[in-house]
Design a protein around this ligand. Structure first.
Ligand code: SF4
Length: 466
């Protein structure tokens, strides 16, 4: 039961909240393309519309026009586990009558199976295979009267990553886990409030960024206005891959523009791994900014050598290996006239399984490149992620199985350089203890590491889809 998705929420009496949520989800499409959904509330009842596919395919004028009210939440799902089916699309509606809530989740609950069994024993039923429904039923199972206290109860029981938007028929709630693994921010619009996974979604709908939702914070927006409740948060663990790959370059997280952080990663690579070359290029789109940074720092001219078909999707987040393999070939077309006889520095965001990079090198060499020097923004990935990022099991991670020279040979590059962890921290320009970097270091910021043996963790990761 795992998720890695986009969430969005609006509370505004003077706005078409369903339409704003549609555009918010549209801006966050990069975080999940398997299904999309919106729930709205008008003070009396909650309505939901969700379906398989991208935002533009799921919603129509007709479906949006049936979603009335002044509160909305929305979700784009990428399935890391839980089967790929319409029943797992979010927001999920749980409960009965005035005790109904809608919920949308980005993250991964590590103790979901344990909680599921406990709730099932108490008579709670489940319609989906997502940990999101576990969170919703856990909230409803609380004997507290006040809704915020019920959320607090759930937060005490949940282990793992969750950035949530929740809705009753009267209120909108934003909740972020104690580590703040996945981003979540707060904005304002026309006397109302907006919650989004990333700030770029606020920009697109004309909302103003107010601040991050803090790790361990519950933001409650009701007729009483906005109230904040802060739970204890001892250790922060924002996923550093938001800066390397996930977030859009025009998003700002913890005050740092993602585009500038990626440029600085490229500059750091130029300092750590200089090489004689004719051209620098970033693999589009996620390493475009890092390519600019490398070129500026090294003085080697920047070039475009690969054109990306932007409508194929992101290979890293395609849930199936067969589609992933096909995706690499469909995704990039080289420009031989730019590449012929050239020594290239090629900057990319990461090497995970090592399935994409050899194809990129091959495409460039077939197009005439004389040398290909790969430079990678993410340090070697040697440990699996248990916070909902579906990268691979330890056995599948190439850097867990091979040393740098072996990886260089495997991908067919003339040289290979990974940005160091200090280099990455310098580029992100935020304190090191802000971040989770467990996939580089194996140091998971979660107590579960102490409670579960290594084998159990591996089994958990192996149970993921894709
Ligand atoms: S383990 Fe890696 S991918 Fe997972 S949350 Fe931590 S930094 Fe992100």
């Amino acid at each position: 039961m795992h998720e890695s998705c986009a969430v969005f929420g609006v509370y505004a009496h003077s706005e078409d909240v369903a339409r704003l949520t549609f555009f918010g989800l549209f801006a966050l499409q990069h975080r999940g393309q398997e299904s999309s959904g919106i729930a709205t509330a008008d003070g009396k009842k909650i309505s939901v519309y969700a379906g398989m596919g991208r935002v533009a395919n799921v919603f129509s004028e007709d479906s949006l026009s049936h979603l009335g009210g002044h509160i909305a939440i929305g979700h784009n799902r990428y399935s890391t586990a839980g089967s790929s089916r319409a029943g797992n699309a979010q927001p999920i509606l749980v409960g009965r009558g005035s005790n109904t809530i809608a919920i949308a989740h980005n993250g991964n609950i590590i103790n979901a199976r344990y909680l599921y069994e406990e709730l099932a024993e108490q008579g709670y039923t489940f319609r989906s295979t997502t940990d999101t429904e576990v969170i919703a039923n856990l909230i409803l199972s609380s004997t507290e009267k006040d809704f915020v206290d019920r959320v607090r109860y759930a937060m005490r029981r949940l282990q793992g990553a969750y950035s949530l938007v929740l809705m009753t028929n009267r209120g909108l709630y934003a909740v972020r886990d104690h580590f703040g693994v996945r981003p979540l921010c707060l904005g304002s619009i026309d006397g109302g409030w907006v919650i989004a996974s990333e700030s770029c979604a606020l920009d697109h709908i004309g909302a103003s960024f107010i601040r991050e939702v803090e790790p361990g914070e519950i933001v409650a927006i009701t007729e009483n206005g906005l109230e904040s409740y802060q739970e204890k948060s001892d250790k922060k663990g924002l996923c550093i891959f938001e800066f390397i790959y996930f977030a859009r370059p025009d998003s700002v997280i913890n005050g740092r523009l993602i585009h500038l952080a990626r440029q600085a990663m490229g500059a750091g690579l130029a300092q750590e791994y200089p090489v004689d070359a004719d051209l620098v290029m970033g693999v589009p789109d996620s390493a475009t900014a890092a390519g600019i940074g490398y070129a500026r720092e090294s003085g080697i001219p920047l070039a475009e050598g690969l054109i990306k078909n932007r409508y194929v999707g992101r290979t890293f987040i395609e849930p199936d290996q067969r589609i992933r393999d096909l995706g690499v070939k469909l995704k990039f077309n080289p420009l031989p006239q730019m590449l012929d006889g050239k020594r290239l520095v090629v900057v990319d965001d990461s090497i995970v399984r090592g399935t994409t990079t050899p194809s990129v090198v091959k495409i460039l060499k077939r197009a005439g490149a004389k040398e290909v020097h790969m430079r990678i923004c993410a340090p070697p990935l040697r440990h699996p992620c248990f916070f909902g990022v579906d990268m691979a099991t330890r056995q599948e991670l190439i850097a867990a199985q091979k040393n740098i020279t072996e990886i260089r040979d495997f991908i067919g590059a003339d040289s290979l350089g990974y940005l160091s962890i200090p280099g990455l921290i310098k580029a992100v320009a935020l304190p090191k203890d802000t971040f989770c970097m467990a996939c580089f270091t194996g140091d998971y910021p979660i107590p579960v590491q102490l409670e579960m043996d290594k084998l159990a963790l591996e089994t958990l990761a192996a149970g993921r889809q894709g």
